[in-house]
Ligand binder design. Structure first.
Ligand code: SIN
Length: 330
């Protein structure tokens, strides 16, 4: 653990979780054939100057390719974030993370922590060993945001843009500017270490988050919520098969998120099966598979909608809601 705390300085704590930003390839020319999650967070900070008046501290929380993100890592990461945020001299946190599930982790942390101080997730599209890696500049920008007195809540910093955890989505497979906030647009830009703010920082009410934090910490098993997509010739048989195996499995499905077409519409066969599942006690939520916009509610809808949440974020919201219901909290 790197620890260069200096007397009287505010701290930014950098938590490493792996990803391409910590990836290593056999040759510097290779931007895609690398192994993610190889370089330690302390090493990632070498050569990156701390913002003026800020001391950096590093902690390795995990070392994974974020496609393999797990509830166990989320729990540990949320606990470490809560631990560091409670220190008065900690201005904010930076979390280095893979790009593939970054938006899920960001939304999860916002949901269970609702922090007043900034938690800034950052990443890279090229491995640390690349000829021109993008990670060091992203880390530099993330440190600028985490130490800013204006920044709040969980945000993602990539390619000079600051995105809120609510809106951010990975939208490109290889470009360095791989994230987008859709209609909402970014919260700010980082311009040579200075923030140009465009809109309000993301905030959510702290009380539900506090409850979720305690529930997720102590839950032996987090509710199983599956995502299914509606598409041409979609079948209800996948839902029926899940329902049929409920009694014999140690981890029964408790919720379904349906990645719906357009304004939350579903293939009639999938919808019929989803209604059967809902009648049997499964929580069902529709989220649009469109990359922009939100579901505008229709009063007659028999299945709830997730508004602006993407299917992966709706899944997290439903999982936390189920935890809360099971604990008698809602
Ligand atoms: C990962 O998500 O861990 C690998 C891909 C990336 O970071 O771009």
């Amino acid at each position: 653990m790197a620890d260069n705390i200096s007397e009287g300085k505010r701290r930014v704590v950098v938590l490493g979780t792996g990803g391409t930003i910590a990836g290593r390839a056999a040759t510097a020319a290779d931007n895609v054939g690398y192994i993610a999650g190889q370089v330690g967070v302390t090493e990632l900070l070498e050569g990156v100057a701390a913002p003026t008046g800020i001391a950096l501290q590093a902690e390795q929380v995990a070392q994974v390719d974020s496609k393999d993100m797990s509830f166990a890592i989320w729990r540990r990461l949320a606990e470490r974030c809560a631990h560091w945020l409670a220190h008065a001299d900690v201005a904010g946190l930076v979390v280095t993370h893979g790009t593939d599930t970054l938006e899920e982790t960001a939304f999860f942390l916002q949901s269970v922590l609702a922090p007043v101080k900034p938690i800034v997730l950052t990443s890279a599209m090229r491995p640390a060993t690349a000829l021109t890696p993008d990670g060091p500049q992203n880390v530099r920008d993330a440190l600028a945001v985490a130490s800013s007195p204006h920044a709040q809540g969980v945000v993602v910093v990539c390619a000079g843009a600051v995105h809120s955890a609510f809106d951010v989505q990975k939208v490109h497979t290889y470009r360095l500017d791989a994230f987008d906030s859709g209609d909402a647009g970014p919260v700010a830009y980082v311009e040579e270490g200075a923030l140009r703010e465009l809109r309000r920082w993301p905030v959510s009410p702290p009380e539900p988050a506090r409850l979720c934090f305690e529930l997720m910490r102590h839950a032996v098993q987090w509710p199983r919520v599956e995502i299914l997509m509606s598409h041409a010739e979609a079948r209800g048989s996948i839902i029926d098969a899940l329902m049929a195996q409920q009694a014999g499995t140690a981890e029964p499905v408790q919720g379904l998120v349906l990645a719906a077409t357009g304004n939350g519409t579903l293939h009639e066969a999938l919808e019929a099966a989803a209604l059967r599942a809902q009648a049997a006690g499964i929580a069902v939520l529709r989220a649009t598979r469109c990359v922009q916009g939100r579901i505008l509610p229709t009063p007659s809808a028999a299945l709830r909608d997730a508004g602006a949440l993407t299917p992966v974020k709706a899944r997290i919201a439903l999982m936390l809601e189920l935890m809360s219901i099971q604990a008698g909290g809602a």
